[in-house]
Design a binder for this molecule. Structure first.
Ligand code: NAD
Ligand code: UDX
Length: 433
């Protein structure tokens, strides 16, 4: 399908705004990305990309003539056919989504005398679109359309996820606004789900909840495996081959983190509660995840007894590989718990700088983090950890204990390298003599 170039303004130069902007420019559209952070915009103008997302810098560079950056609202809006909202919606103290940045964008819009569509990319509670529509009408922006076009990209694979999505969801109040948003994606092969705005908003929250439910489910199965002698890796393989179940999101570990799952689970829980419904299953999913992060501490206790003055190496700080994002990362909970127990914590991550982690010493390599330690914990499944010379790392440690929070390593090889190895939900090794 040939692309009719549109002019797209994007509010928010974060993970979603930058990926959306780069991908829409790659489809042939002309994009202006606006952020309130002057430093960020200046860096982007110099060609520096403020986040680590594979392929993003290259895509922005390849489409540089179609992407501009600004802090100025009018410059962004000038001639725009679409105004994308891609600002953060973090949790408030109550767990509800904080929509203040979204409302800032809507309230900052100048009078617009041409047809354009405000497109909500940020994840928002169901009902937000109706409220935004009402506010636009109150402000006399009646001709400005509104559509919900939730984002399903995952960090680390966001560019590919955007350009080759499982589906594009578009909810709109007016048919023609939805048509325009669908047409903007010409060039992307994907099923399109057209629906009302509230359903589009719910699809996003429900998709995340379904994925989190699978993770907490397999983590509970892992915990029962530990108690009964089964191996969750084999169990996940065995159930995932059932076509009705499928293999994805069945990796047991130390729980989900990131900028989306934890906050979106709370937002959906509160959305339900505010509407008078107690979402029992989602509450359990959240609770299982909280406990899962802490089970590692129990494992360390079993091997080392008290953790006071013990040295523990955390390998990986990002909430998952291929990102520099540490929002709600299990590493932060683990570091906090270990420090509270009186342990010394040394950490390594190939991308995250980590110097803002209070009380944690940052090491330059996995081996440097582990030297002299009583235990290492694999927190993020960075592939480079597979190729570490574990035998020499073990030899450099005070006690060679390895807790593999992501089931990354081969237990047989690691035990052969001299470690006391424990994964998550994995069969116990051969009895130690
Ligand atoms: P982010 O924090 O990385 O970026 C948000 C950006 O918006 C920041 O740079 C901030 O300065 C800017 N901003 C704030 N107010 C602004 C304003 N008035 N005008 C212009 N810019 C403004 O956030 P993110 O991770 O990109 O997430 C954005 C939204 O997308 C959230 O609702 C999130 O839940 C959702 N989402 C994120 C992901 C993801 O992988 N990160 C995936 C799907 C959906
Ligand atoms: C997620 C959703 O996948 C994406 O659709 C949405 O747009 C944003 O939130 P993201 O948070 O970037 O994406 O990463 P994802 O790969 O989904 O992982 C989230 C967390 O779940 C990570 O901490 C990861 O380690 C954990 N996880 C994932 C598991 O513990 N087990 C799994 O099987 C899969």
């Amino acid at each position: 399908m040939s692309v009719t170039p549109s002019r797209v303004a994007i509010f928010g130069a974060g993970y979603v705004g930058l990926v959306t902007g780069a991908c829409l420019a790659d489809l042939g559209h002309s994009v202006v990305i606006r952020d309130v952070l002057a430093d960020r915009i200046e860096a982007l103008k110099r060609g520096e990309i403020p986040i680590y997302e594979p392929g993003l810098a290259e895509l922005i560079a390849a489409n540089a003539e179609r992407i501009a950056f600004t802090t100025d609202v009018r410059e962004a809006i000038d001639g725009a056919d679409f105004v994308y909202v891609a600002v953060g919606t973090p949790p408030t103290y109550s767990g509800d989504a904080d929509l203040s940045a979204v409302w800032n964008v809507i309230d900052e819009l100048p009078a617009i005398d041409r047809a354009c569509v405000v497109v909500m990319k940020s994840t928002v509670p169901v009902g937000t679109g109706s409220k935004v529509r009402h506010r636009l009408d109150e402000r006399g922006l009646v001709q400005v359309g509104y559509a919900s076009n939730p984002e399903f990209t995952a960090e680390g694979t966001a560019v590919a996820d955007f350009l080759r999505p499982d589906r594009i969801v578009v909810g709109a109040f007016r048919e023609e606004d939805g048509d325009a948003v669908v047409a903007l994606h010409a060039g992307i092969e994907s099923p399109v789900v057209r629906c009302d705005v509230a359903s589009a908003e719910m699809i996003k929250l429900a998709a995340n909840a379904a994925l989190m439910t699978r993770i907490s489910f397999i983590n509970e199965i892992a915990n029962v495996c530990e108690a009964t002698g089964a191996d969750v890796v084999r169990v996940a393989e065995g159930i995932g081959l059932d076509r009705r179940i499928g293999p994805s999101f069945l990796r047991a570990g130390i729980g989900f983190g990131g900028s989306c799952f934890p906050k979106d689970s709370l937002a959906l829980k509160q959305l339900a509660a505010n509407s008078g419904y107690h979402f029992q299953l989602l509450n359990a999913v959240i609770e299982v995840n909280e406990l899962q992060k802490r089970r590692v501490i129990g494992k360390l206790h079993r091997h080392l007894g008290s953790l006071r003055d013990r040295r523990v190496a955390l390998l990986g700080l990002a909430f998952k590989p291929d990102t520099d994002d540490t929002r709600e990362a299990p590493s932060i909970v683990l570091a906090g718990r270990l420090l509270a127990e009186g342990a010394e914590v040394r950490a390594w991550d190939p991308i995250v700088d980590g110097h803002d982690l209070y009380g944690v010493e940052i090491a330059a390599s996995p081996a440097a983090a582990a030297a002299g330690a009583d235990a290492v914990v694999i927190v993020t499944e960075w592939p480079e950890l597979i190729d570490v010379d574990w035998a020499s790392v073990g030899a450099s440690m005070r006690t060679p204990v390895l807790i593999d929070g992501r089931n990354l390593l081969d237990p047989v090889l690691i035990r052969a390298a001299g470690f006391q190895y424990e994964g998550i939900g994995r069969a116990a090794g051969p009895p130690e003599d």
